[in-house]
Design a protein around this ligand. Structure first.
Ligand code: SAM
Length: 291
C-alpha cells in the first residue's frame, strides 16, 4: 500500500491512500504529482500541497468565480491569476456576459499536463474564443501596464515558492491599479483554522494596498482540511458585498447557468457571514494596521 502525505502544514498532515500514481514530474518550477484515489478521484499535488481532487474541486472553483462576477453584476473582462488547472476558468466561462478572460499563469507545464490528465476540469475553457493566455508571473504582470479588469481572481498556490509574491501588499496595490472602477479582487487565503496568520496578513496587506472594503468569504472544501477555507475580498465599492438575496437571485437567474453543485445565491449571501471567531481573527488585521 502506498500512502501520500501532504506536507503543507508543519504540525498537521493529511494522508491519502494512493490507488495509482499517474504522473510524477518536475516542471523546473514545481514538483507535480497526480494520483488516483478511491474516493476523491484524481488528485493534483504541487510541491507537496494538495491543489484539488476531481470529487470536490467544484466547491472552490464555483465560489472563486461566481461570487465576484455576480456581486459585480456587469463584469465583462475577467483576469485569472494562477489556476493552471483550468477549473476557475471553466466557471468564469459559464458567464455569457463575460467578453474576455485573461489568464496569467507562471507555469505553462501545469496547463499542459492538466489538459492531458484533467480534461474535464477546464471543460473547454482553454479553447474558448474569449480566452487569452499570458505566461508570466502574476505580480510582474499586474505591475505592468495593460487592460483594466472588472474582476481579478487569484487562484494561486499557497504563499510559498512562486506563489509567495501573490500575497504581498505590493501585488494587491498593483491589482487595485489594474481594476476598473467598481472592480473586485478575490484571492485564495488559506484555511483560517490552521493558517490563522495568512488571513490576518492578507487582510492587512489589502488594506495597505488602499482598498476601501476588505473582507473574506468562506466555503468548505473537504480535502482542504480544517473546516472553512477563506477567500479574500477587496474592492473600492462596499455595496458589492451588501447585496440582498433578491438581487443575487435575480442576477443568477439571468445568467441561465444550470447544474452548479455548491454555489447558490443563498450560499453566496451566507458565505459573507462567517462565524464570529473568524470575523474576530480577520479584525486583528485592522488592529495590526493601527499598531
Ligand atoms: N486550488 C489550488 C490550491 O490553493 O490548492 C490552487 C490551484 S492552481 C493549480 C495554482 C496555480 O498558481 C498553479 O498553476 C501555479 O503554477 C500558479 N502560480 C503560482 N505562482 C504564480 C505566480 N506568481 N504567477 C502566476 N501563477 C502562479
Amino acid at each position: 500500500m502506498l500512502w501520500y502525505t501532504e506536507t503543507l502544514h508543519p504540525r498537521w498532515r493529511q494522508t491519502l491512500l494512493v490507488k495509482e500514481v499517474l504522473y510524477h514530474s518536475n516542471t523546473g518550477l514545481q514538483e507535480i504529482v497526480v494520483f488516483e484515489h478511491e474516493d476523491w478521484g484524481r488528485v493534483l499535488v504541487l510541491d507537496g500541497a494538495l491543489q484539488l481532487t476531481t470529487e470536490d474541486e467544484f466547491v472552490y472553483h464555483e465560489m472563486l468565480a461566481h461570487v465576484p462576477i455576480l456581486a459585480h453584476g456587469a463584469a465583462r473582462h475577467v483576469c485569472v491569476v494562477g489556476g493552471g488547472d483550468g477549473g476557475t476558468l471553466r466557471e468564469v466561462c459559464r458567464h455569457r456576459s463575460v467578453e474576455r478572460v485573461t489568464h496569467v499563469e507562471i507555469d505553462p507545464g501545469v496547463i499542459e499536463f492538466c489538459r492531458k490528465y484533467f480534461p474535464e476540469l477546464s471543460g473547454g475553457a482553454f479553447d474558448d474564443p474569449r480566452y487569452e493566455l499570458v505566461v508570466a508571473d502574476g505580480a510582474k504582470y499586474m505591475a505592468g501596464d495593460g487592460p483594466a479588469f472588472d474582476v481579478i481572481i487569484v487562484d494561486s498556490t499557497d504563499p510559498q515558492g512562486p506563489g509567495a509574491v501573490l500575497f504581498t501588499a505590493e501585488f494587491y496595490a498593483a491589482c487595485r491599479r489594474r481594476l476598473a472602477p467598481g472592480g473586485i479582487l478575490v484571492t485564495q487565503t488559506g484555511n483560517p483554522a490552521i493558517e490563522k496568520q495568512e488571513l490576518v496578513d492578507t487582510q492587512r496587506n489589502k488594506r495597505r494596498a488602499g482598498f476601501r472594503d476588505v473582507f473574506f468569504y468562506v466555503c468548505a472544501v473537504p480535502t482542504y482540511i480544517g473546516g472553512f477555507m477563506s477567500l479574500g475580498w477587496a474592492t473600492d465599492e462596499p455595496a458589492h458585498r451588501q447585496l440582498d438575496l433578491e438581487t443575487l437571485r435575480g442576477r443568477f437567474a439571468e445568467t441561465g447557468i444550470q447544474g452548479l453543485r455548491y454555489y447558490t445565491p443563498e450560499i453566496h449571501w451566507a458565505s459573507f457571514r462567517p462565524p464570529p471567531h473568524l470575523v474576530a481573527l480577520a479584525a486583528k488585521a485592522a488592529e495590526t494596521e493601527a499598531d
